[in-house]
Design a protein around this ligand. Structure first.
Ligand code: BG6
Length: 503
């Protein structure tokens, strides 16, 4: 593909350099304020942004540069911890900002972006689209037509990419008409989380786990991504999506991929992503008879969170009281290949649960021959608990002898625990967006999702959504502040197992 290149030839940068121009579409939006400015500020504070890097905010709103900088400063004061807000770093960060008011869907105004780039000595440009996916194509087209791009420009897009396989293909085609795959960075912010990254280190740097990581040694895998919050003013978006599309299609399936994939040949982006795609292709599809047994959809009713009464999903502001959208999903699935044959993967995720908790539990098989107290047999297996949030850490549950003369050979379960914040007390655990932004700037793609990953994930979800539609059953209700519908507990109990409870 040849791009018109009226902006001129981009200055070549060293591999790994963060000397770029970042153009942020949706600069006054929610994501930019909650996540992107705080992350960029932290990178600047840590000395990870090149002194020459510039940030251009683009939004429809009519504000001038001073107004924009004031707004960003207010945001930072809101979202960055007081002790991390340093005057010098703040002033340096604000001085990097520029602003252009723009109607994103119209071609007029894009020339101003080209001119802004020319002032910046044509460093590579990163275009960050923090806007609705349906206008990704328009923006890419107008950027190209105005000559604002060159052969080094990259684009970052946020989920959700579409609503199903067809709509995601349409959006990906529109982006792909302007940017080649090697310069498209699809964000799944879970891939930027510290412990998610650690899954790769844990699995592939530790021979102890490497040799055990298969159906001979692992009985089942459990993933819980629970949120305490409800819909938070996003009712319209959420009601079209539901928890399956909002959380499972992306975040949970990415976690499944990192747990289930075979070792990549190296850490190159495509080596990792090739292995992840193989997992997505091997995910078991849901057949009709599995639906009633292995999948539970739920919707929260009024209840309590932290002792405060909270409304049900259908009573949230702007709600359609007939909605049957799920705010909770639990499912038993699996990966149909040699490594994972017969190993169930139990997934559950929901809004308005008792706490915010994301964790993965690898349950190892029991010893082939058991010699201890028969009453304690239920205790007798090792578990690896990988806590993504809060309190990031890894615990390996082992069995030891209970101490004391009167205990005989009674067993006791206890963790070998690596809590990241106490193990590395001087290291701040960065937010996922800090890492992701840094990798985009450096032009490293391994933490971003390739088109075929998105599409295989949609294919699997579409199959489930179609099966749900055929059954036309309302979601099961659960009170806000609970762990979901009772049926989700029955789903795992029918296999003689239970959802993991913290030690
Ligand atoms: C987003 C979803 O992708 O992830 C939100 O759209 C959800 O609905 C959020 O609340 C959860 O992210 P985290 O990092 O808070 O677990």
């Amino acid at each position: 593909m040849t791009q018109r290149n009226r902006a001129g030839k981009a200055k070549p940068t060293d591999a790994g350099s963060t000397e770029i121009d970042l153009a942020l579409f949706g600069a006054l939006g929610d994501l930019a304020q909650r996540k992107l400015y705080p992350a960029l500020y932290q990178l600047d504070r840590e000395g990870l942004l090149d002194p020459a890097t510039r940030l251009l905010g683009l939004a429809r709103q009519d504000v001038d540069l001073d107004g924009f900088r004031m707004q960003v400063e207010k945001t930072l004061r809101n979202y960055v911890k007081g002790e991390e807000l340093e005057d010098e770093a703040l002033a340096r960060f604000l001085a990097r900002l520029d602003f252009i008011q723009l109607d994103f869907t119209q071609p007029e105004g894009y020339d101003a972006i080209r001119e802004w780039r020319q002032q910046g000595l044509l460093r590579p440009m990163v275009v960050y689209l923090s806007v609705a996916a349906k206008i990704y194509g328009d923006i890419c087209h107008h950027l190209e037509a105005s000559g604002s791009l060159d052969e080094q420009s990259r684009v970052v897009v946020e989920k959700p990419i579409g609503y199903d396989l067809d709509s995601s293909a349409e959006i990906n085609d529109a982006i792909g008409a302007v940017f080649p795959e090697s310069r498209i960075y699809r964000i799944d912010h879970y891939l930027g989380k510290e412990t998610v990254q650690n899954l790769i280190a844990l699995r592939f740097a530790n021979p102890l786990f490497g040799t055990q990581w298969n159906q001979n040694h692992i009985s089942h895998v459990e993933i819980t991504v629970a949120e305490k919050v409800g819909i938070e003013g996003r009712w319209n978006y959420f009601d079209e999506a539901g928890q399956l599309r909002d959380m499972v299609q992306n975040h949970l399936l990415q976690l499944v991929c990192l747990i289930a994939m075979d070792p990549p040949a190296n850490l190159d982006a495509d080596a990792i992503r090739d292995e992840k795609v193989k997992v997505l292709k091997a995910l078991k599809p849901f057949t009709d008879d599995m639906l009633g047994r292995d999948v539970v959809r739920g919707q929260y009713m009024a209840g309590t969170t932290d002792g405060q009464a909270v409304p049900g999903y259908l009573e949230e502001e702007g709600a359609n009281t007939e909605s049957q959208t799920e705010t909770f999903v639990a499912m038993k699935t699996g990966v149909a290949n040699w490594r994972w044959a017969g190993v169930p993967f139990y997934l559950r995720t929901g809004k308005r649960m008792p706490e915010k908790l994301s964790q993965i539990i690898i349950h190892f098989r029991q010893q082939p021959h058991y010699i201890f107290d028969p009453d304690q047999r239920g205790l007798a297996s090792n578990k690896l608990v990988i806590r993504l949030q809060p309190e990031e850490g890894i615990a390996l549950e082992v069995l030891t002898k209970d101490s004391g003369l009167d205990k005989g050979m009674r067993l006791r379960r206890g963790p070998l625990y690596l809590d990241f914040s106490s193990a590395f007390p001087k290291t701040r655990i960065p937010d996922a967006y800090e890492r992701l932004l840094l990798e985009v700037m450096k032009g490293q793609q391994y933490l971003f999702v390739r088109r075929d990953e998105v599409e295989h994930a949609w294919q699997w979800c579409d199959n489930l959504v179609a099966a749900w539609a055929d059954r036309d059953e309302p979601p099961r209700r659960y009170p806000a502040g609970s762990w979901g519908p009772v049926a989700s507990i029955a789903m795992i109990t029918q296999d003689g197992r239970s959802w993991y409870e913290d030690y």
